[in-house]
Design a protein around this ligand. Structure first.
Ligand code: SAH
Length: 221
């Protein structure tokens, strides 16, 4: 059932070409994406579309990000082997798997209990080694801080102060910033204990980053 066939591998190669054409250059990022069987991270109804460069529903009103967006954020994050990386918004686990393939030590937080349980099981079955947390990503993971890199994969209405404080000096944080349908991709570099530089990297569209945790479906409120 959890098969990665020649057909899937072939489709993945085409996807890599497509995201290269859209501007992704980093070889290590492209290789990591080429290794992750995205079809295994999708809801059964969408498996046949797994290698389309699009976001798809994964239940609980959430989505698996578009591969180009995953590649873009990962490239911007600039991850090296053994770095400690915190991801906010585990979702399907696809982005987390890409970070593991890059050799990072990955810590990922999800606020939706169902997704947290389901994704943890899937990644364990697939043999990806990382740490999962059920909680509110606005609070980060103090116990394991500081992190070399922090990646936010939901639309953040503001820059979470707590996450900045959990970033190592010299570290980088990538965040889609904005409360509406469209966000600006921001790269924040921590240059000193309390000094930062920001750069903007274009418009994207994510599901919202929400406060607190949830046991149910936020879209049905
Ligand atoms: N990285 C994911 C993208 C999932 S979409 C992937 O590769 O599939 C964003 C996810 O962020 C959703 O699962 C949503 O439930 C989660 N999320 C939203 N706000 C959050 C918060 N405050 N803390 C943790 N997770 C959050």
């Amino acid at each position: 059932m959890l098969e990665d066939s020649f057909r899937h591998k072939g489709l993945r190669k085409n996807l890599i070409k497509e995201i290269m054409n859209k501007g992704i250059k980093n070889e290590r990022v492209l290789n990591a994406i080429n290794k992750v069987p995205r079809h295994l991270f999708m809801d059964t109804g969408f498996i046949n579309f797994a290698y389309k460069d699009q976001a798809f529903p994964i239940g609980e009103g959430q989505t698996i990000s578009q591969p180009y967006t995953v590649a873009f954020q990962t490239e911007l994050l600039d991850v090296n082997k053994h770095m400690k990386v915190l991801e906010v918004g585990t979702g399907s686990g696809y982005q987390a798997a890409v970070l593991v393939e890059l050799g990072a030590r990955v810590y990922t937080i999800e606020r939706q209990r169902k997704l947290f349980v389901k994704t943890q099981m899937l990644l364990n079955t697939l043999g990806y080694k990382l740490k999962f947390f059920y909680g509110d990503g606005f609070k980060g993971q103090k116990t394991y801080a500081p992190f070399d890199r922090i990646l936010i994969t939901a639309a953040a209405p503001e820059i979470p102060e707590e996450l900045l404080s959990q970033l190592r000096p010299g570290g980088k944080l990538v965040i889609p910033l904005g409360g509406s349908d469209i966000q600006e991709m921001l790269l924040i570099e921590k240059t000193g204990k309390e000094s930062y530089t920001n750069s903007k990297h274009g418009k994207f569209s994510f599901v919202p980053m929400l406060k607190g945790t949830s046991n149910s479906n936020d879209t049905k409120k």
